[in-house]
Structure formats: structure tokens, C-alpha cells
Design a protein around this ligand. Structure first.
Ligand code: 6LW
Length: 498
């Protein structure tokens, strides 16, 4: 069959995967968004359904006023003796921890903290022992993967951290995972930074504690030499063996726009490439060590058809699966119903690294038509924001000041905050907000009571990109309300990918 990458679109970085019976489970990082660590399941590696989040209670994760792209970094999911474990870093508090559950559809435990620092924690189970890895640095400041044995009940370290591997010399050695395959221990990692130089490298040893010998042809997977190719920044991956014994690597990457000094605004997404072991026990990955947009494979049966959900509405999405808050929400300000969302504003605005009244869904593809009806009572503002972070967002909104109602398009690009256009509209009117997205531009318009369309302007996607805004996230389509007591009612929300 033929499948297309990415297999999970939109801002879902740092994938980690495990398999139980005939079902695969995948988790991703989530930073300042809540609930944290989105969780998906699949039967065929290609089609992924969201089934929940791992960190669903504020007691599990400190997100109060965390900086954007702080909070929850890369997770690892593993299954051992009937129990699921997810370990990750809260980069803001600089703490590694894990949680566990015996029911993948249920709640996860309270966090158990681990003393070893660094980011990108990994758990490896062998016999009755559990080994923990994360990245760190040596006395010269060079990156190194550290390992210790832990007590899986208490999280306490049973051995000091010991250095395992220094990578191949690329910057930012991270995302270590340990595998035991056919008598070899494989330590796979990422290097080069999560940008255009990203790559997957690995080493192997007969002992879990090394010494590790690097694969002679590292990097095993990278798109850094595929100039102009849309898929870039391939790295941070996890291996999985399918039911037929074939190996695969799930990894992150992004889809760039432009060719020279390119950019991306949809965040890092989930990609899949085949992995093949040779008779010497080394493995290769992808198409000559690169990940391609289209993959033709006989490892997956022809009966598997890659489905793509093109339309997202209130009715066909679940609030707790696909919608996310910024940090811990004040739940009394949200009334999500089947076909309606009522939001109550506060004084917190979208420009603060705090918790405005905001509920968002990731933008998953370039070309989209995004719309919603909105009504507003009381002074304040309500609308749709294309949100990268508190300093980079485009807001299409209505706002009420006394008995004046107006529609506004506001662009927030770093220190520049610009009201592109403001038009008066009839008070009490049911206004339809509409955003037309293409790879390079967003177009903004409204329809008032009379049904006439008023164009409010356009803006480049580039200024919401990671290359401009910085950080690790991607554009999220947020419905929001601002202003103490402002009440907004959203209906007929639709995000349709074209
Ligand atoms: C993550 C690190 C990385 O922890 O970016 O691409 C960091 N890799 O491994 C945040 O996503």
C-alpha cells in the first residue's frame, strides 16, 4: 500500500510509541497546553485516533504561568507487566517524572519524580530492573546520554548516573531510547537540534551499560541534505516492531514553506519510515536514510486505507480529546456543549503567558476554511485566534464597548500589535467569523446580520512560524473571550481542510 507522511498532522512533536497485543499507542509533547501529553491509538500504524491525554489533572503537572514552549517536553511511553508508563520532563521546573496506569482509557497516577536531570527521559525494563536515561553533559559541557537504575515504585535512583554515549558530535544530543533486539542493546538518539540539521543516530553494545559502538554510517535518518524538499528536521524518533516482525521508526519532522531560508508554522508533526536490520545487526531507515512524503510499502496490507479527517466541528470532535486550554483553565469560564461553546472572559488577555479564556484545536494542514458564529454579551472581546504564542497571534474578533459593536482584525507579531481593520456592526448581530488559510497567507472576513461579507485583510503565515516566534509549538486555532464578565457564545464552528 501507499501512505502519506505526516501520519499525524499538526503540532504533535516528539512521538513515542508502544504496542500491546495488536494495538499501538502514541504520545507527544504538549508544552504549556492542558491537558498534557496527547495519546493516540492505532491498529495499523497509519491511522491514529485520539483517545485522551495522560496528564489530565493539575496535580500531575505544574503549568501555572509556565513560559510558552516550557512545561511538558518529550515523553516516552512504555508497557510492562500489564502497566503503562509515561515519563517526561517539566522543563519549567526542570523535573523528570513518570506516571502510570493499568487502563489506557482511564486516569493516570500522580507523578513520581526522578532525581536524574536532563531532558527526554526514557524507561527500559529488563528482568525485574528498570533503567532510566536522559540527556546531560560531561565535564567539558559536551552532550552525553546518562543512565541510572531506578526503583519503579518510588522513583529513587539505585545507582549513580553513568555516561553511556556521547553521540557523533552533533549539537543537542537528546531523545535517547534503549532497545534490546537479537542480543544487541541499541541506544538511539537525536542530534543536530530540532531544526534543519536534525538527525537520528545510534550505537550498539552487547551490554546495557556499554561501551557503545556507533553505527558506522550515522546519521541513520536525516533530511538535512535534501535541499528544497518539503519535509525537513527529521529527528527525535522511537522504534517499534509490528505484528509481522517488521521494524518502523516514528519520528518528528516539519513541513517547510519556501525553499531558501524556509519556515514552518504548523509545528513539528509525526512521520513514519520503515527500518531494516541487516545480517550484521545494524539497521537502516527510510529511503536511503531520508523520510519521504509518500511511502510505498508491502509491509502493510492493501486493505489498509489511510483515512484523513477533513472536517472538524463541535459535533464531530470531543472536547477532551482534541481541544486544549492554555495552562490550567478556570473551568467555571467554559461551558462546552454538543453544538455550542459558551465562554466567560476575564481580564487575562492573549498577550499574557497566563490562562486567558481560550479553547483551541491544532491547525493540521495548510489549506483550510475556518469559521464560527459568535455572539457577545457585555463589554469585552470574543473571536478566533491563530495562536503561536502570546507574542505571535492573529485575532479575528468582535468587541463591544458600551453600545458599540465592532469587528476587528488584530495582528500581533512580536513587539508590533496592529489593528489592521475595525468595522462597526449591528449590536446583537450574530456574526460569522471566517478565516481562509493557505500555506502562505491567512485571509480574514466576517458576515454580519445581512449576510454581506466584509473583508478585513490578510496576513502572512510566516510571522506565526517557529523561525519568527521561536519555541517548540505550532499554530493552534483558539476560540477565546476577554474582559471581565464578557459572555461569548460560539456556534457552527467548522474547520475544513481542502
Ligand atoms: C525535546 C527534544 C526536542 O524535548 O525538542 O526535537 C524538545 N527534540 O528532544 C522539545 O520538543
Amino acid at each position: 500500500m501507499k501512505f502519506n507522511n505526516p501520519v499525524v498532522k499538526g503540532f504533535y512533536p516528539d512521538p513515542s510509541i508502544c504496542k500491546v497485543g495488536d494495538t499501538y499507542y502514541l504520545v507527544c509533547s504538549s508544552f504549556q497546553f492542558f491537558p498534557g501529553v496527547p495519546l493516540f491509538e492505532s491498529k495499523d500504524l497509519i491511522n491514529w485516533e485520539p483517545i485522551g491525554h495522560v496528564l489530565t489533572r493539575p496535580s500531575q503537572i505544574m503549568l501555572e504561568k509556565v513560559n510558552s514552549s516550557g512545561g511538558v517536553f518529550a515523553p516516552t511511553i512504555r508497557h510492562h507487566n500489564g502497566r503503562f508508563y509515561m515519563t517526561t520532563t517539566n522543563d519549567t521546573t526542570r523535573q523528570n517524572f513518570y506516571v502510570w496506569t493499568d487502563d489506557i482509557y482511564g486516569e493516570w497516577s500522580e507523578p513520581i519524580f526522578i532525581e536524574q536531570g536532563g531532558i527526554d527521559p526514557d524507561l527500559y525494563f529488563e528482568d525485574n530492573r528498570v533503567y532510566f536515561m536522559s540527556n546531560g553533559s560531561d565535564e567539558d559541557g559536551r552532550g552525553v546520554i546518562l543512565q541510572c537504575e531506578i526503583d519503579i515504585e518510588a522513583g529513587t535512583m539505585l545507582t549513580p548516573s553513568r555516561p553511556l554515549w556521547k553521540g557523533t558530535g552533533g549539537r543537542y544530543l537528546e531523545s535517547p531510547h534503549m532497545y534490546h533486539i537479537n542480543g544487541w542493546y541499541y541506544l538511539m538518539a537525536a542530534e543536530g537540534g530540532t531544526e534543519f540539521g536534525h538527525m537520528i543516530t545510534y550505537a550498539r553494545s552487547k551490554s546495557l551499560h556499554g561501551p557503545f559502538e556507533a553505527y558506522p554510517h550515522n546519521p541513520v535518518l536525516t533530511n538535512k541534505n535534501l535541499g528544497g524538499y518539503q519535509i525537513q528536521a527529521i529527528g527525535h524518533g522511537d522504534l517499534i516492531q509490528d505484528g509481522d516482525g517488521n521494524w518502523w521508526i516514528f519520528h518528528l519532522g516539519f513541513r517547510q514553506i519556501g525553499q531558501w531560508i524556509a519556515y514552518h508554522h504548523l509545528g513539528r508533526e509525526v512521520f513514519l519510515a520503515p527500518v531494516t536490520f541487516d545480517e550484521d545487526g545494524w539497521f537502516t531507515a527510510g529511503h536511503n536514510g531520508t523520510t519521504r512524503a509518500e511511502i510505498e510499502t508491502d509491509r502493510i496490507g492493501e486493505h489498509v486505507v489511510q483515512q484523513e479527517k477533513k472536517l472538524y466541528t463541535f459535533n464531530n470532535t470531543k472536547w477532551d480529546l482534541e481541544w486544549v486550554f492554555l495552562r490550567h483553565p478556570h473551568v467555571e469560564n467554559y461551558l462546552p456543549q454538543d453544538d455550542k461553546l459558551t465562554l466567560t472572559g476575564t481580564a487575562v488577555t492573549l498577550d499574557q503567558a497566563d490562562t486567558p479564556t481560550f479553547l483551541g484545536i491544532r491547525q493540521r494542514d495548510f489549506n483550510a476554511s475556518i469559521s464560527s458564529q459568535v455572539t457577545l454579551t457585555n463589554n469585552g472581546e470574543a473571536g478566533i485566534t491563530l495562536y503561536m504564542d502570546e507574542s505571535h497571534h492573529y485575532d479575528l474578533a468582535i468587541r463591544q464597548i458600551g453600545d458599540q459593536l465592532e469587528a476587528v482584525l488584530r495582528l500581533n507579531i512580536g513587539d508590533i500589535k496592529h489593528e489592521q481593520k475595525v468595522v462597526s456592526i449591528d449590536t446583537g448581530a450574530d456574526v460569522r467569523l471566517h478565516i481562509q488559510a493557505s500555506a502562505e497567507r491567512y485571509g480574514f472576513s466576517i458576515q454580519g446580520a445581512g449576510g454581506q461579507t466584509i473583508e478585513l485583510g490578510t496576513a502572512q503565515t510566516k510571522y506565526l512560524s517557529s523561525e519568527v516566534a521561536g519555541g517548540f509549538t505550532g499554530v493552534v486555532i483558539g476560540l477565546y473571550a476577554i474582559g471581565e464578565g464578557a459572555k461569548a457564545e460560539f456556534t457552527k464552528f467548522a474547520c475544513e481542510y481542502l
